[in-house]
Design a protein around this ligand. Structure first.
Ligand code: SF4
Length: 439
């Protein structure tokens, strides 16, 4: 469902609009046929595979009986971001991968597609925002500050708000939504839909303050003093780089920076003379940006990865999707140097991790997709972090080492799925409510 939304100052001229939806919403008859294939398993493995534990057979049954309101309620009461998760979840390795029909050699139920079908009107269509699925409890005296407006914080804020706690979300940029708005591949979810979902969450009583940076515009200590609890959902920092590209900076990009430009930078365009791009990395971000560049018309897109294909962190189904657009993978190569040749092309020097052979590639651009910095310890030095820089929390409550300070999402798990962030936020919200006797 597209809206004409320009809220939050989302630029109108976005390159992401060139992408078509890889999984368009099902029609009512398609959804009905798919829902009626479900076996409504008693001990549903699909639900067990969902980090937010959505009662999947129940919401599918409600679609089959044409009760979309009830179906949306089942989904959204377990996952406030259930609508976007229907689009962006890697269902192949979660609910759909666990569906019993796989074992019966039948096509598994397209759970993500059904989830999106059931929720999209209620969440994304502003005309439907008037149809209240949730009754908001009477406001208590408790209030919570949430740092960052990504999926973890917005999920936490939603469950606090409907249970009578005032959430105030502080976001340093002018657009909320975190990676859902600026980082998810545009053939899965576009930024206006991500913001429509945020708008739906906000309408339940969440206060959002954008352009507020912790440590600059407001201190963490002030939040600690003025709020009953603080939730840290700051995600990850800047793209990491290999630092092997002296004098080539103008043609070497960070993957999340480039995806962000494609999604939300006004009038961002790829220069016409960009024909060959090399992406370095082996995760889903590397695969996403490679596929996006191929769709945008870059003729030769290669992913270079230092280990074997089987060891890639990126999912096999995502790589296979990228290959359909011509993306090539060259594995077992370690980049050693990037220089600019006399024709102004970049030359990437690599060495084989199998036999030490040296191999060189020419390209116009290079994209680094080798991870993002973790900078929470600089932001809030008092919080305990592990040796990778991720915040340490109690896994049952998402509580950190500090009293009444909770955390979730990528700054805790190092970079997982939107649904993992949504699950963390929900868990933290209910842990807070329990500690105050409000649930
Ligand atoms: Fe339906 Fe598959 Fe889940 Fe069983 S495992 S309830 S068939 S979606």
């Amino acid at each position: 469902m597209k809206s004409n939304s320009t809220f939050f100052g989302l630029p109108k001229q976005r390159l992401e609009k060139k992408f078509s939806d890889a999984k368009p919403v099902l029609t009512a008859s398609e959804a009905s046929i798919e829902a009626n294939r479900c076996l409504y398993c008693y001990d549903a493995p699909c639900t067990k595979a969902c980090p937010t534990e959505i009662d999947i057979p129940s919401f599918i049954k409600k679609i089959a009986t044409n009760n979309l309101f009830g179906s949306a309620e089942t989904i959204l009461s377990a996952n406030a971001l259930g609508c976007s998760c229907g689009k962006v979840c890697s269902v192949e390795v979660l609910c759909v991968g666990a569906c019993v029909l796989n074992k019966l050699n039948k096509t598994p139920i397209q759970i993500g597609q059904l989830q999106y079908f059931a929720t999209n009107n209620f969440v994304l269509n502003t005309d439907y925002h008037g149809r209240k699925i949730f009754t908001i409890k009477k406001l208590s005296e408790k209030k919570v500050a949430l740092i960052g407006a990504g999926p973890a914080s917005m999920s936490c804020a939603f469950f606090l708000a409907i249970n009578g706690v005032k959430p105030v979300v502080f976001e340093k940029s002018n657009l909320p939504g975190g990676l859902n708005t600026s980082g998810v591949a545009p053939y899965k979810l576009q930024s206006d839909d991500a913001l429509n979902e945020i708008n739906w969450i906000i309408n339940h009583g969440v206060e959002l303050q954008t352009g507020v940076e912790i440590g600059k515009n407001i201190t963490f200590e002030k939040l600690q003093k003025e709020y009953d609890a603080v939730f840290v959902g700051v995600g990850l920092g800047r793209d990491m780089t290999l630092n092997i590209h002296e004098n080539c900076h103008s043609s070497v990009f960070g993957a999340t920076e480039l995806i962000k430009n494609i999604k939300i930078t006004n009038n961002f365009k790829l220069p016409e003379n960009i024909n060959d791009v090399i992406v370095i990395g082996g995760g889903n971000t590397a695969i996403d940006i490679a596929r996006e560049l191929a769709i945008l018309g870059v003729k030769d897109v290669k992913i270079i990865y230092r280990k074997t294909e089987q060891k890639m962190k990126g999912f096999a189904h995502e790589l296979s999707g990228a290959r359909k657009y011509g993306v090539k993978l060259v594995d077992n190569l370690k980049p050693t140097e990037i220089v600019r040749n006399e024709k102004q092309k970049l030359k990437l020097k690599t060495v084989s991790t199998v036999n030490n052979d040296v191999c060189e590639f020419l390209c116009d651009w290079m994209v680094m997709a080798i991870g993002q910095e973790k900078d929470v310890s600089q932001l809030i030095p008092k919080l305990d972090v592990d040796d990778t820089g991720c915040l340490i929390v109690d896994t049952l409550t998402q509580r950190t080492n500090l009293q009444d300070i909770y955390a979730g999402g990528d700054c805790v798990n190092g970079g997982k799925e939107v649904v993992n962030a949504a699950a963390d936020g929900k868990k933290a919200a209910f842990a807070m409510l329990k500690s105050w006797g409000l649930n």
